[in-house]
Ligand binder design. Sequence first.
Ligand code: NAD
Length: 252
Amino acid sequence: MTNIAICGASGKMGKVIADIITGRDDCKVVGGIDKVADSGADFPIVATAAELPVKPEVIIDFSHPSTLDGLLDYCQTNGVPIVIATTGYSEEQIAKIKKAAELIPVFFTFNMSLGINLLAELAKKAAAVLEGQFDIEIIEKHHNQKIDAPSGTAIMLGNAINEVLEQKCEYVYDRHSVRAKRSKTEIGMHSVRGGTIVGEHEIIFAGRDEVISLKHEAHSKSVFAVGSVNAAVFLKNKEHGLFEMGDMLAEV
Ligand SMILES: NC(=O)c1ccc[n+]([C@@H]2O[C@H](COP(=O)([O-])OP(=O)(O)OC[C@H]3O[C@@H](n4cnc5c(N)ncnc54)[C@H](O)[C@@H]3O)[C@@H](O)[C@H]2O)c1
């Protein structure tokens, strides 16, 4: 049994995670952290990790970048592993997450879905073959409540592609302000926001007279929730270190 606390427990993802955990017999929710207490939850919800009534074995975080410092302080002081799925961190915050992983187990990924992680692998293969001949553009679509743009997943896909390119590309988010042709060494990133779209990511490799397109659509938030609960169970008995989806899949 893995005792889990959910940070962002009153949010959209937090509620889906609580539901998924209720349906499993290898883990349970012992507490929630959220600035808004959801009266419908069947576990206590407190405003900060330091107020948790029971020490969890793992924290799953789907909240907001502003929770990071408090969470990392609590987890490092109490030796609690953490699954970090929140997006929108600054470079400085990402450095803090990596530093914390020297002391505690940290599972950190911009996308908890298996399909997206496979998409990243396919994109790397395509980029290695097509480099120099095809222009690469990433289009992401999300619901109208999403705060950050581009999505963390779009950046994750861009980073995966850049890993295999000999000539690294820079990301271009806004062609509106510059009147110039695109260069060969850029990846355009485009964000669409509307309605209730859960999450779509498409990578276009556009060449002369041909276009290759790789696309993933998430049809429900449960794909991310299931991934994060699996990550929590995976992380429970780990020594310190920074883990991501590939590490978990290697153990299956
Ligand atoms: N990595 C992934 O696979 C993945 C998938 C989906 C969503 N996300 C990310 O998870 C995060 C949450 O998404 P959501 O759709 O559930 O959002 P949401 O707005 O519905 O929920 C966020 C919750 O965090 C709480 N919160 C915000 N700031 C807080 C603070 N300072 N202290 C305590 N609680 C605070 C809010 O009250 C809210 O209940 C976002 O960053 C989103 O991009 C990541």
